[in-house]
Design a protein around this ligand. Structure first.
Ligand code: FAD
Ligand code: DHB
Length: 399
């Protein structure tokens, strides 16, 4: 524990379980409102920063980071993108986000950098965080005074508070705490994963390219003009160790086709990992004084770049609800948090599922289902309203 080690059982207004992007951003918004929050994170800061994940920020996400005062580097280093390309069986279709949405765009800026900016800000604020907390547990959520316990350096701490927020990701303790309290879950797993590679090479295109090919999906993305992020659909049970860099680059080149392949600059991978694909929603998002946020509550397959953005919209809703609760003594916001957040979550789930279904190779698909995929792409090619719906969802539905 760096701050307040001398007061390990200090009382806080809010305890945030999990110091990923959701927990850090909520902590920042609460600090800005003068609300005292402790973040309890199971891992070390370096471990949290070592996870390479999302890369595309919606305008609404940039706005919330701006409200939090964590946008300086994002403004100078983030890459605005006006569109992206879909490449299906060799045919290319550009989705012009800007013209299809009346001027909206997205920003390419890695989740790692968002997390680093928020961690740096929290350190500057001197706000309390406990890293490498073991055996985190949550209690008394059905009373006005819940608590969180954890072990740090062999010492057990008990922190009481008014509100506990579960920002501890899909495998965290928060959702487990309410598993037998009427929590309902909705899930779809997909029979494949994404193998991702990060490399210090210039991107092959100035815009992202989503590729559907008979050998499987591929995605050409980036983090900066000098750093690229690429993905290929792979077997769910595959191991990144089976993929030498050469094997990865060869497979990527085959899927993107000759025109794009000619522009791919290869180099040693900085990171290589496989992520499973899953759609998952838990309902409701409030149990007494415990609130679920971000990946603790829902997972989307990454195809629509929605995971991090959805976590940020939850934080936005809960942040304003907690301001109302603590500063205006009104429960209206926290009473509506679950319904308000779930309304947007389900729409993002629908979009992520439809992008995944459109662009991946499903070995189990019948010829009919393959024709449906082709017809979906043909509709996008011929219909401006169909492209507008895709663009509206990709830039992010209103908060
Ligand atoms: P997380 O980032 O999971 O943070 C949760 C935090 O809680 C972690 O730091 C964890 O260590 C901590 N924690 C866990 N258990 C406990 C506990 N018991 N006590 C205390 N702390 C705990 N989205 C995209 O849009 N594009 C992508 O390409 C993409 N790739 C992804 C790849 C992977 C492998 C994964 C897992 C996710 C990916 N996502 C992607 C989704 C996106 O990264 C998440 O939506 C985002 O990280 C959600 O943030 P979060 O803070 O809610 O959860
Ligand atoms: C990235 C990941 C995505 O899932 C996506 O849709 C776009 C970009 C990325 O990691 O850069």
């Amino acid at each position: 524990m760096n701050p307040s080690p001398e007061k390990p059982s200090h009382r806080y207004q809010v305890v945030i379980v999990g110091g990923g992007p959701s927990g850090l951003l909520l902590g920042s918004l609460l600090h800005g409102a003068g609300i005292d929050a402790l973040i309890v994170e199971a891992r070390s800061p370096d471990y949290v920063l070592g996870r390479i994940r999302a890369g595309v920020l919606e305008q609404g996400t940039v706005d919330v980071l701006t409200q939090a005062g964590a946008d300086a580097r994002l403004r100078s280093e983030g890459l605005p993108h006006d569109g992206f390309a879909l490449c299906v069986d060799g045919e290319v279709l550009r989705i012009d986000l800007k013209s299809l949405t009346g001027g909206k765009t997205v920003t390419v800026y890695g989740q790692t950098e968002v997390t680093r900016d928020l961690m740096d800000q929290r350190r500057r604020f001197g706000a309390a965080s406990v890293y490498e907390a073991a055996d985190v547990a949550i209690g008394d959520i059905d009373t006005p005074h819940p608590f969180v316990t954890f072990v740090k350096d062999g010492v057990t701490h008990r922190v009481s508070c008014d509100i506990v927020v579960g920002c501890d990701g899909f495998h965290g303790v928060s959702r487990r705490t309410v598993a037998d309290k009427g929590l309902e879950t909705f899930e779809r797993t997909y029979p494949f994963g994404w193998l991702g590679v990060l490399a210090d090479v210039p991107p092959c295109s100035h815009e992202l390219i989503y590729v559907a090919h008979e050998r499987g999906f591929a995605l050409c993305s980036m983090r900066s003009p000098h750093r690229s992020r690429y993905y290929v659909q792979c077997d769910l049970n595959d191991d990144a160790k089976n993929w030498s860099d050469d094997r990865f680059w060869d497979e990527l080149r085959r899927r993107v086709g000759p025109a794009v392949a000619d522009n791919i600059v290869t180099g040693p991978s900085l990171e290589k990992s496989i992520a499973p694909l899953r759609s998952f929603v838990a309902e409701p998002l409030r149990f007494g004084r415990l609130f679920l946020v971000g990946d603790a509550a829902h997972i989307v397959p990454p195809t629509g770049a929605k995971g991090l953005n959805l976590a940020v919209s939850d934080v936005h809703y809960l942040g304003s609800a907690l301001r109302e609760f603590f500063l205006e003594r009104s429960s209206a916001g926290i009473d509506h948090y679950s319904a308000r957040a779930l309304n947007r979550i389900w729409k993002a789930e629908r979009f992520s599922w439809s992008m995944t279904t459109l662009l991946h190779r499903f070995d189990s698909y019948t010829p009919f289902e393959q024709r449906m995929q082709r017809a979906e792409f043909a509709l996008l090619q011929s219909s401006q309203p169909a492209r507008a719906v895709m663009a509206e969802n990709y830039v992010g539905l209103p908060l």
